[in-house]
Write a protein that binds this ligand. Sequence first.
Ligand SMILES: [Zn+2]
Length: 113
Amino acid sequence: MKITVQIVIDAQDGTPPATEQVAAIARDDLTMATAGLALAEAHEVLSGIQHHLVTAQAAAAAVAGRHCGSCGRARARKDTRHIVLRTLPHHHAPDRAAPDDPVPAAPARRRRR
Ligand SMILES: [Zn+2]
């Protein structure tokens, strides 16, 4: 059996709804291990929905903010492309936590005599 998970995004702006594939799951015989979704498959489904939903939301927000609210003129568009978001690197040593670090610092190692 093959299960394809799709979402339909309808912008309700007169354009036809877009169907996006989120995940494809294959199953053979029913066993305790194959019943339902595995954790990795659930992550794939959630990640796929998030990807398509955020893409659609960002596109709608870009269209909504395209024109000036006061004069109605189209705003200049600087660039349109995909970017990768990254978190800041962890600069301090693991046993010297920063004051605002939510994870308590590991105890200092004792030296052998
Ligand atoms: Zn304006």
